[in-house]
Write a protein that binds this ligand. Structure first.
Ligand code: 13P
Length: 253
């Protein structure tokens, strides 16, 4: 199932957390607590549980995605998982370019472009993450920094491809730190990203692309962030691990 344009989306990126039992309990609790169709709910478990969880889940309200995929098509790449393999078990979304992948695993803008290409080829919707580290924000160079990330990874694709993608703005200084962008900072960057897409493609295409905010988004700040005009929901890390907190964030949409 594809997300309609500019639907609100709340996505939980579990990172390397939760075991299979905890993940199954989370699914049951979140599914039971979902009360509205105001937003699409996505969850990104570890690769190892994706197939099991998708098989086990009998509801229709939660969509599943992978936290990463390889930039290679197939072959001798021990430990990697390809977009085609993800598609073969029914995965429809993949996070590309999370700052933790960029920082700890040396992922470059060029590699991320290749990952987006692989995902799209396999009809998987990429959630492309961008965002600046603290020193860039302190130097007030965040717009130039994100512009380069967009140009080198994303903005070479066709208009039809861009209309299918999701962007997540994740300021690195806000991830897992308890610091979050203010609604004004988030709105400024989201509007900038949308304007860059509009300039390269068209305002109509830009208007279709959901842009999510990620970085210490929690029940107590979600409403203010989600009420910004260009913030279409959130990519939630730490607060997504707790089903009750995650449900509260969904209710903030
Ligand atoms: P936190 O919500 O833990 O800051 O993480 C955000 C994130 O990295 C989502 O992908």
């Amino acid at each position: 199932m594809k997300i309609e344009s500019r639907r609100k989306i709340v996505a939980g990126n579990w990172k390397m957390n939760l075991d299979l039992t905890e993940a199954a309990e989370w699914l049951a609790e979140v599914d039971a607590g979902l009360r509205s169709d105001k937003c699409d709910v996505l969850v990104f478990p570890s690769f190892i549980f994706l197939g099991d969880l998708m098989d086990m889940y009998e509801g229709e309200q939660i969509l599943f995605g992978a936290q990463n995929c390889s930039n290679k098509e197939s072959g001798a790449y021990t430990g990697e998982v390809s977009a085609a393999q993800l598609a073969s078990v029914g995965v429809e979304y993949v996070i590309v370019g999370h700052s933790e992948r960029r920082e700890h695993f040396g992922e470059t803008n060029q590699m991320l472009k290749e990952k987006i290409q692989r995902a799209l080829k396999n009809e998987i919707t990429p959630i492309f993450c961008c965002g600046e580290p603290l020193e860039v924000r302190n130097a007030n160079k965040q717009l130039e920094y994100v512009k380069q990330q967009l140009e080198e990874s994303l903005l070479g694709f066709s208009a039809a491809a861009i209309a299918e993608i999701i962007v997540a703005y994740e300021p690195v200084w806000a991830i897992g730190t308890g610091l979050n962008a203010t609604p004004e900072q988030a709105q400024e960057m989201h509007a900038f990203i949308r304007a860059e897409i509009a300039a390269k493609y068209s305002p109509d295409i830009a208007a279709q692309v959901p842009i999510l905010y990620g970085g210490s988004c929690k029940p107590d700040n979600a409403k203010a962030l989600f009420s910004c005009a260009d913030v279409d929901g959130g990519l939630i890390g730490g607060a997504s691990l707790n089903a009750k907190d995650f449900l509260k964030i969904i209710q903030a949409v």
